[in-house]
Design a protein around this ligand. Structure first.
Ligand code: BG6
Ligand code: MG
Length: 212
């Protein structure tokens, strides 16, 4: 298949923010006296901030009011953004950077398709401010992955047909979202085991074999 565009998930694909999400959610879980571990943290990949909180609250009896949920989600995000300030251009691996540059040199359009509302902030931290041809993120969607909205918007922003776009994802929710958007997908990391992606990547530079 000849692709004209690649839509990259951000967290877990372009860079790694897992540890910061974990630390920030762990502080909230501790405050609420709810057990939280790395296994639960893995379930938060690709889903929105509020849905992440709902997953954490599964361990708690009863329901929490919307106002309280908003309070804890905002508190988590404040802590998370403090932690993100530790990120620098060193958090963009040379392998990812050179792959992006080579794909662009081959004439591909490059976009971000992320559930995060902090996507632009993170891109700024790692030195990719203004690099992508389009950014579709948590600020322009109503439904997060596995809903296809974030990828459909990315294609729209690029002015591309869905079939011409390849999605790169580390979360099963993202692979399912790509499928629902009628886009091929390349799985990396944890998403590989779901077996639903068009391609499996060992590393991002494997894309250079797919997008020739
Ligand atoms: C995704 C992460 O990229 O963004 C999820 O994989 C996270 O774990 C989601 O919940 C929302 O992030 P943010 O930055 O808007 O809280
Ligand atoms: Mg991800």
């Amino acid at each position: 298949m000849n692709y004209a565009a690649v839509i990259f998930d951000l967290d877990g694909v372009i860079c790694h923010t897992d540890q910061y999400h974990y630390q920030a959610w762990k502080a909230i879980a501790d405050e609420l006296d709810i057990s939280f571990n790395k296994k639960i943290n893995n379930r938060l990949r690709g889903v929105s901030r509020m849905e992440s909180l709902d997953i954490i609250l599964e361990k708690q009896e009863g329901t929490m009011s919307t106002a309280k949920k908003e309070h804890y989600a905002a508190k988590k995000n404040k802590r998370y953004k403090e932690l993100l300030k530790e990120m620098t251009t060193a958090d963009l691996s040379s392998e990812v950077k050179s792959s992006l540059l080579e794909l662009r040199a081959r004439g591909m359009k490059l976009a971000i398709g992320s559930s995060s509302k902090n996507a632009r902030f993170i891109l700024g931290r790692i030195g990719l401010d203004g690099f992508f041809d389009a950014i579709s993120d948590g600020n322009n969607i109503e439904h997060s992955k596995p809903d296809p909205e974030v990828f459909l918007k990315a294609a729209l922003f690029l002015g591309m047909e869905e079939e011409a776009c390849l999605v790169v994802e580390d979360a099963e929710a993202g692979i399912r979202a790509a499928k629902a958007a009628n886009m091929d997908s390349a799985a990396i990391g944890d998403a590989v085991i779901c077996g639903q992606a068009t391609y499996k990547l060992d590393r991002i530079s494997d894309l250079l074999e797919i997008c020739k």
